[in-house]
Design a binder for this molecule. Structure first.
Ligand SMILES: [Mn+2]
Length: 421
């Protein structure tokens, strides 16, 4: 067989509104507005630089079913650049951009193939020789709970078979179970490579026979999509061997960094320490724009200062000022207090008094996950209220533990009153 290469991406979410950011300055807002487009532009440039044979886009091209005209035009313009370079593109749509959403009537470039609502297979040719066969299907509508992978079957003679699908493999992905399927479904379809989309964190489910990959979002879309985001370059050798390389293409990188305040002695020290941390993270990002969340942890004198009205806001502004003219940009999104008061909690927990009992209850809640359904039950009334529906969602396990910890610290502060200040 012929040696060839391709790039695999998914979940572009073009024109994502970057929900969940409370306040953003103008420079950051401008950068975010174009970030999803620029990340995709970087992928197109990568395809051309590496001279790959084709690009695979595994769903969620657009952020919403009501895809903006701007997003569709920018997507088409990018694909035109690829098409002009003789590089083919194969696209499926997912739950965020199903076929029943609004589409402008645009003419797509010659080398672009968009899969429709029934599974099709398309040969990929290079100089009249078939190098691969691509199988794909798009979501007709958003809420699709049918196992699509189970209908993929390799057919005919081709040197290499690729499944292109937006789907949820297994149950532990942290994403909605659209087009749910199992590893067994993927393994039994006879594909050599599964180009998946849906899970926003890059994940290699299987290295070979077949190779199964979620490339993740090429641009992190919210403060939880931290670290490098990009796409995969895949090289297929003459003997069918596959090598994959992750290439970061993100324009803006979300970083959450924990800072332990236990050894901080005064406020000057705190400021200098945070400044030094942000500078270090900036240089580690290697000329990428960074949006930084600093989580302050540990137990120390700073804990009580952080509770002073306006203290965290002032600290945040000060750090933003220091970096105000940096290019690439580093922006302190938030300083999150997860600190604890200077108190011997272990000793307090042993004590036969009300505080001891309170601490034992909260520890029990953190450690015994059988109690969590009860906690969620308590929360459900708040979350399903009219205001709650707009602003809240049910916490996942990690968030629930964080909530219990916050409640423990707050409860302890209230119970201890002024005595520990
Ligand atoms: Mn997605």
């Amino acid at each position: 067989m012929e040696r060839f290469s391709f790039v695999h991406t998914a979940d572009l979410h073009l024109d994502s509104p970057f929900a969940g950011l409370k306040e953003v300055d103008e420079r950051v807002a401008r950068l975010l507005q174009s970030a999803t487009f620029k990340a995709f532009e970087n992928i197109v440039s990568l395809c051309i630089e590496r001279n790959v044979d084709f690009l695979l886009v595994a769903g969620d091209v657009y952020d919403g079913a009501d895809r903006s005209l701007r997003a569709q035009l920018r997507f088409r313009d990018s694909l035109l650049r690829l098409s002009d370079a003789g590089i083919k593109t194969f696209v499926v749509h997912g739950n965020h951009d199903p076929m029943d959403g609004w589409s402008a009537t645009l003419k797509w470039p010659d080398h672009v193939y968009i899969f429709r609502e029934t599974i099709e297979s398309v040969p990929v040719q290079r100089e009249k020789k078939k190098i691969a066969q691509v199988y794909g299907v798009s979501y007709p509508q958003r809420d699709l709970y049918e196992n699509l992978a189970a209908h993929f079957r390799k057919e005919g003679e081709a040197p290499f078979h690729i499944g292109l699908l937006h789907c949820n493999v297994g149950t532990e992905t942290g994403h909605k179970p659209y087009a749910p399927c199992s590893m067994e479904d993927l393994l039994s379809a006879g594909m050599d490579y599964w180009a998946l989309g849906h899970v926003h964190r890059k994940t290699i489910l299987s290295h070979k026979q077949p190779t199964i990959i979620y490339p993740g979002t090429p641009q992190g879309l919210n403060p939880n999509e931290t670290g490098p985001h990009g796409c995969y370059v895949v090289e297929v050798e003459r003997d069918g061997g596959i090598s994959v390389e992750f290439v970061p293409v993100d324009e803006v990188r979300w970083v959450t960094h924990e800072v332990n305040i236990s050894n901080i002695k005064d406020h000057d020290h705190l400021l200098a320490f945070l400044e030094e941390t942000s500078h270090r993270i900036q240089s580690q990002a290697r000329k990428r724009n960074v949006i930084l969340r600093l989580a302050l942890t540990g137990r120390g004198f700073v804990h009580h200062s952080l509770k002073r009205p306006g203290f965290i806001d002032d600290l945040t502004s000060r750090l933003r000022e220091i970096h105000a003219h940096d290019d690439p940009l580093i922006w302190i999104e938030r300083i999150e207090p997860r600190t604890r008061p200077e108190v011997d909690i272990a000793a307090r927990r042993q004590a036969e008094d009300f505080i001891g009992e309170f601490l034992r209850v909260s520890q029990n809640l953190k450690e015994d996950d059988r109690l969590w359904p009860m906690l969620r039950e308590e929360l459900s009334e708040l979350i399903s209220s009219r205001r709650g529906l707009r602003f809240l969602k049910m916490p996942d396990d990690e968030e629930l533990i964080n909530l219990i910890e916050e409640a423990e610290v707050r409860g302890l502060d209230l119970l201890l009153g002024g005595s520990m200040k």
